[in-house]
Each structure stands twice: as C-alpha cells, then as structure tokens.
Design a protein around this ligand. Sequence first.
Ligand SMILES: [Zn+2]
Length: 477
Amino acid sequence: MLIYNSATRKREEFVPFVEGKVNMYTCGPTVYHYAHIGNLRSYIMEDVLEKYLRYVGYDVKRVMNITDVGHLSSDADTGEDKMLKGAKREKKSVMQIAEFYTEAFFADCKKLNIKTPDVVAPATSCIDEFIMVIKSLLEKGFAYEAGGNIYFDTSKLDQYYIFNDFKEDDLEVGVREGVEEDGNKRNKADFVLWFTKSKFDDQELKWDSPWGIGYPGWHIECSCISMKHLGEYLDIHCGGIDNAFPHHTNEIAQSEAYVGHKWCNYWFHVHHLNTNSGKMSKSSGEFLTVSLLEEKGYNPLVYRLFCLQSHYRKSLVFSYENLDNAAIAYNKIIARALGLLKEEQGEVVEADFNAGREKFKAALDNDMNTSLGVTAIYDVFKMNTTAATKLALIEDFDRVLGLDIVVAAKKELEAEKVAAEQKANDPFIVEIEDMIRQRAEAKKAKNYALADEIRQTLASKGITLIDTPQGTQYKID
Ligand SMILES: [Zn+2]
C-alpha cells in the first residue's frame, strides 16, 4: 500500500513498526462549537483510511483526543482560550460547553458513518501525564521557565521545521502574529507547554503543578495522549493540513525530545474544503454544519460521497450545486443496487468476486484514491456476473466507503413492498382496478356503451382514465 507521507513529501510503501499492527493517532476537535463540514472532511477521509487498513487485515488501534482546554484562538499561543470563548458566548461553564459539543461532534460523526476511535481521551483527563512529560523536557534541557510559563526551546533541536514544503507564509503563521508578541520566548518559534502567568485571570480550568497553578498548552496534549495509549512508536498521525504547522511540528519536537528517537513514521494530512469565496471557517460565510445540510434535505451520506469523489490531498470546493450532483450520483447507486436486489440472485462467483475486489484494492492502495474506489462500484454494476456476486462486492467495498448502499437499497425495497400491500388492501383502489378490468372486458366484447358508462361513473368520482399501449392507467384528482 502506497501512502503519501507529508514528512518526507513522498508516496511511500506503508510498513508499520510491528507487523500486522497499526498505531494511529488523530487530532480530535476543540469542543467549543459545532464542527463545520470542512472539519468533518478530515474525519471522513481518516475514517476511510482506518477502515481500509482494517479491510486489508491490519489490527488497528486508533486514539483521538478531545481538546477541552488550552487551545487558544491563534494556534501560536496568542489570543483567548477557545473553550472560554465558547462558554462566554453561551453563558455556560467550560465543562458544560465541552460536554455539549463533544456529544454534538459524535452525533455528526454517526450520521456520516465515521467510526468512533478505540480510545477517545479528553485533555482534562490527562493532566498528570502532561506534567510528567513537561518535567522531563525541563530536566533534559529542552524546556525553560520564563515569566511563570514553561516554554519548549526550539533552538535545542537539529531540525524544527518538518513539513517545509508548505508556503513560507503558512510556516510563519505561528511566529508572525506580532501583535501580541510574547516577550518571554527565547526564540520566535518557541511554544508554551504550561501556562501560568499569561491568560491566567479568567481561565476557568486550572491545576496545580510544580510551576504553579495553571493549564497545559494545546500541543503537549496530543503528544502525551498519543504516547499514553500508543507508546513511543506511532505509525500514522492524521489531521487536517492546517495542523501541520505549528501544531504537528510542535508535537514532533516535544515527542522526539522526550523519547529520544523518531516518534511517528507517516503523516497523513487532509486538505481544505473551500467555498467559492475561500477557505471554510466558523466565523465567515454560512456556518455549514451537518444539521444545516439535513435541514436543507440532504442525506449526510451524500456529503460523505461528495468527499470520497475527490482525493484527500486536493482542496475541494463546496457548493450546493456540487452537492446536488453528489446526491444524484448517490441516488443512482442506490437505485442500481435496488435493481440488483430484485433480480434473480444466483450464487456468488468467487473468481468474479476476487477480480472486482482487486480493482477496488488497486485504487485504495494507490494513496487512498477514493474517487477510483467509488468508480469501482460502477464497474461492478457493469460486470457480467450474478446479482449475488455484485451485491457481495458492493457490501464488501462499503466496509471501507461507508455509504450504506445495500442497507439503503434494502430499505427502499421494503418500502416498495409496504406501499404495494397498502394499495392491495385499500378498498377504494381495489374498486377502481376492478371497474377498469370490467371496462376492458366490455370493450373486448364490443359493448362500447357499457365501457363508456364505466368511464363516466369513474369520472364522477374524480378518477380520470388514461389509455396507454401498456394498458389503462388512472389519475385521482
Ligand atoms: Zn493534535
């Protein structure tokens, strides 16, 4: 399996540290507001990656944090704590906000068929681990105390910038926000591991530490939570491309300084979801959430398909027109699967099944080409094999794609059956159909007067007959 590694800027053969096992870490949400669908694009693509690793037989352990403290409005340790901002906005406590938006996040994930990671850890549950690692970084000389805060000293590293194929502008974001320049920092790129003095006064959540009462920086959370549950060797770290710098760069700095060796082998970054007016955000333009799409009548899985139709390393432009096209494609796929359910099933032909599966695997093995993975579904419909084989293949692919194709088709088949039964049991419909039959017999016997009388009787009840080459149909006014 080839996967693009942002740290090396190459597509590489995926080889985990331990054969057959994969340790996977995902940066979770900062739970101060609803996730917008751009945030969720990353989680959808990471979900496909996880499911594909399982599909090809790896034993995957995936861990995700929930940031409920320490994430400031600028990723570079400036501005206000996002959680505090959310709490003020809604006149609630930080923990109430955290609980509410954590639940909302997982409700959205469920609608999008995103599996919950094996371990989900809120940052506030790991304070002891943060303190332990920060202590060790101080002892090893990678951190220093200044103005009451503890900072990571980036000048102690041979190499700090890892993902340096990004634009110089992006790289500078963290050190450029000079408005609120932190005079305690020895080097511009240094970052906070533990806050005490600054942002202290109105911080709701704070803990005792060897350096005074305070709270952790955002970056240290992910390093510690990952190492706590996955150990010192991480196979894949996932996240949105926004997080490559400074967040992931800082994670690498502090984790490797702590463990003393290479920490993570593969970095999987999902690119932006844009609108026609630029990058999607919570603060500008329409706040696009899963609930909003539902209110507008879209099945959340249509959004999932929309994401799968593009490569995760390309920016994707969201518009309702594009989403409508995905909805048309989704409905077509379900309709084709429904057609297969109605056909004579036959047996699953193993050779055909394996051939179909190889095509799908070839697409996903090639740096998660989900767009070709979706195309593999259309190829199945065109295959010259039994309906049972085709349905088995689609169900097999859907273990990774998560579009509920056969489930939705079965539901539709069931609904059709129920509608047909209701029709058969409706005396009004039974009477109409009986009279149409009598009229056909009268016409056959050339008794046009009777046929006409039946037509007029029905017309008086508001039923219009339409004679077609396939027989007589009717319309109820
Ligand atoms: Zn993170």
